[in-house]
Design a protein around this ligand. Structure first.
Ligand SMILES: C[S@@+](CC[C@H](N)C(=O)[O-])C[C@H]1O[C@@H](n2cnc3c(N)ncnc32)[C@H](O)[C@@H]1O
Length: 323
């Protein structure tokens, strides 16, 4: 039976959630973190140094993620559960499985990637957008110097909070009623993370990361079987999701973007891997566009030709004037 799984209750005011919006989507609640929970009743299996080197090379080739020997416990912790599920005795047996089975290799990648993210993570980036970039776009559109279409790519989007933070901010400032069109592409290598992102549904506790105005206007609160959840409302369903491995030598034709966010992804890559990914991403920047990386991922030394607009935000073109 279908029925509204999300709507705003009388107690919405106390939680800061909106006083409108319903959704007919029903979902079966399940633990979204179980697949990633290494604290379950699984003792990590032992891995030999030789086995570790095999995994290190495979994961590097597959995803560009470089696991130093210091990450041995992380690797065994995250894969032991899978070995047990498959009834395998050791990491050599699992290795044989993953090199011949594409689906299992994806499951391994899902387990190895770290998908931690937050709404409005790194507030300085959002302040920069709000105070400098968005007024410039507004003025440019009003004077006919730019179109009213804004295209954004969240590369390494994890469970979607980054893409939806951008959706809230952009739709709010550039509403469709004023002729604006917001297109957000969100990609990740992890199918498990993408499945969560695509649902656009998170634990209610995440609501505290969202500024109250956006929360009220764009998020729905679950009730009944969806108690304890929030969900992206229809106005911000401008995000399209796609599986994309940034370590691939070529990416599909995606067009050009005004903003590319690739934050807290390349920290897992080695220097050469980072350079390769950044080089590919730059080809997708529209004139005057910006590339955002994580706070620990400065590109100053690896791409000196890029213009650093504010720390960890880069441009190939002109800096927008302050308005
Ligand atoms: C720590 S999360 C960062 C999420 C978000 N960008 C943020 O800053 O909050 C890193 C994400 O990068 C993804 N990732 C790692 N290697 C990748 C690759 N080769 N291609 C695409 N995504 C990758 C992971 O699956 C994970 O979801």
């Amino acid at each position: 039976m279908r029925g509204p799984a999300f709507k705003i209750r009388g107690d919405a005011r106390t939680t800061g959630l909106p006083a409108h919006g319903t959704s007919a989507v029903v979902f079966q609640p399940r633990s979204i973190s179980a697949a990633h929970d290494t604290t379950l009743d699984v003792l990590p299996r032992a891995i030999s140094p030789k086995e570790f080197l095999h995994y290190q090379a495979l994961i590097y080739k597959e995803a560009g993620i470089w696991l130093s020997e210091a990450k041995t416990a992380l690797l065994t912790g995250r894969l032991s559960r899978r070995l047990r599920t498959l009834g395998l005795d050791n990491f050599s047996q699992y290795y044989e499985r993953v090199i011949t089975d594409d689906e299992e290799r994806q499951t391994m990648v899902d387990a190895i990637t770290t998908n931690e993210t937050h709404f409005f993570r790194e507030p300085a980036h959002f302040r920069f957008l709000e105070q400098q970039v968005m007024p410039f776009w507004q003025a440019s559109a009003e004077s006919g110097r730019r179109s009213r279409t804004i295209r954004v790519w969240s590369a390494g989007c994890a469970t979607g909070q980054e893409a939806y933070s951008l959706a809230m901010m952009l739709v709010d400032r550039f509403p469709p009623e004023q002729g604006w069109s917001i297109e957000i592409l969100a990609t990740d290598i992890s199918c498990r993370a993408l499945a969560i992102a695509e649902k656009g549904m998170w634990d209610l506790a995440k609501a505290r990361e969202i500024p109250p105005h956006y929360l009220r206007s764009y998020m729905l609160k679950g009730y009944g079987q969806n108690q304890g959840k929030i969900k992206a409302g229809p106005a911000i369903r401008v995000v399209r999701f796609m599986h994309l491995n940034l370590n691939e030598a070529q990416y599909p034709a995606l067009g050009h973007f005004d903003l590319i966010f690739c934050r807290n992804v390349l920290i897992y890559f080695d220097l050469e891997g980072r350079k390769r990914v950044i080089g590919r991403l730059l080809k997708y920047l529209a004139p005057g566009a910006y590339l955002f990386v994580g706070h620990a991922e400065s590109l100053n030394s690896i791409y000196p030709s890029l213009r650093c607009v504010i720390p960890t935000v880069y441009s190939l073109g002109e800096k927008p004037e302050r308005s």
